[in-house]
Design a protein around this ligand. Structure first.
Ligand code: CP
Length: 313
């Protein structure tokens, strides 16, 4: 695997191996006073974020540092992008400056693929590129960390029913999760109003429902999505209040879930609209476990891209 741009770059076996590696890395670091492995010493990882982020950017930085890579953070506002430099010139500049890996977040769908194409020339094939979220397209490392969290909470993913709820239309998390969880043998159900479903959803390996109350009792897990108001140029329909009433995970709705069921949210959470604050903080919610798993999954991904398939730890 040269890049991780999409869940399509993974197979069931390679995705499972990454989840196994993430758990091995977590074990290798457990109880250490200094969290540092020498595995990526001498490698340079650059995070290049053209959109805001807390979890993804920080966890890639931590992941790189815990494996002794040199990590450099480039943000659009403090780089020469703010002076009008093109995305291509920026990417080629970072390659020339010595990047072994570029971790890219961008508001345009396909931006990470385009950067991989621009920087891939030459004998060494250029830096590894990881899509850290491109527009409404994909966020493959989020799907991997969600899968790891589900595996830890439920024991397995095969045959489980995972309900993904909310703004599917604008969600790269929904697409990557639907593809990966189906690949791993889950039954995936999307729950959303018709106005928040993408036109091509018929080609996804999922079942679509419009009733959250009907889907919760049979669910092993429910993945609540952030409502992405910043991508809704034509206004928010249904209204925030209607949305909370119809699709919000309230305490009453939490009671419809089976005892073993788990609640995920990729963050950032809009408490009170998508998810009640008490639900987000309840024992069923795995939101902070997702964040911790994000570090270990991203360590596993960096290792796979920069070192290869040998034993990670
Ligand atoms: N889940 C996620 O991508 O969060 P950030 O936008 O904070 O990185």
């Amino acid at each position: 695997m040269k890049h991780l741009l999409s869940v399509a770059d993974l197979t069931r076996d390679s995705a499972t191996a990454l989840l196994d590696d993430a758990e091995r890395l977590e074990q290798a670091l457990l109880g250490r006073e200094v969290k540092k492995l020498p595995t990526l010493r001498g490698r340079t990882v650059m995070t290049v974020f053209f959109e805001n982020s807390t979890r993804t950017r920080v966890s890639f930085e931590v992941a790189g540092k815990w494996m002794s890579a040199d990590v450099i953070n480039v943000s659009a506002s403090s780089s020469s992008v703010s002076k009008g430099e093109s995305l291509r010139d920026t990417a080629l500049t970072l390659r020339a400056a010595g990047a072994d890996a570029l971790i890219v977040r961008h508001p345009a769908s396909g931006a990470a693929n385009q950067i991989a194409a621009w920087t891939g020339a030459g004998e060494d094939g250029g830096p590894a590129v990881v899509n850290a979220g491109d527009g409404t397209h994909e966020h493959p490392t989020q799907a991997l960390l969600d899968a790891l969290t589900l595996r830890q909470r439920l024991g397995d993913i095969e045959g489980r029913r995972i309900v993904i709820v909310g703004d599917i239309l604008h969600s790269r998390v929904a697409r990557s999760n639907a593809l990966l969880l189906a690949m791993l043998g889950a039954e995936v159900v999307l729950v959303a109003p018709r106005t928040l479903l993408p036109a091509g959803v018929g080609t996804w390996p999922v079942r679509v429902s419009h009733s959250l109350d009907a889907e919760l009792p049979g669910a092993d897990a429910v993945l609540m999505l952030r409502v992405q108001a910043e991508r809704m140029n034509g206004g928010f329909f249904p209204s925030p209040r209607e949305y909370a009433i119809t699709y919000g995970l309230s305490e009453k709705r939490l009671g419809l879930l089976a005892d073993h069921a788990v609640v995920l949210h990729p963050g950032p959470m809009l408490r009170g609209m998508e998810i009640a604050s008490s639900v987000a903080d309840s024992p069923k919610a795995a939101v902070l476990q997702q964040v911790t798993n994000g570090v270990h999954v991203r360590m596993a991904v960096l290792f796979r891209l920069l070192v290869g398939t040998e034993e990670v730890a």
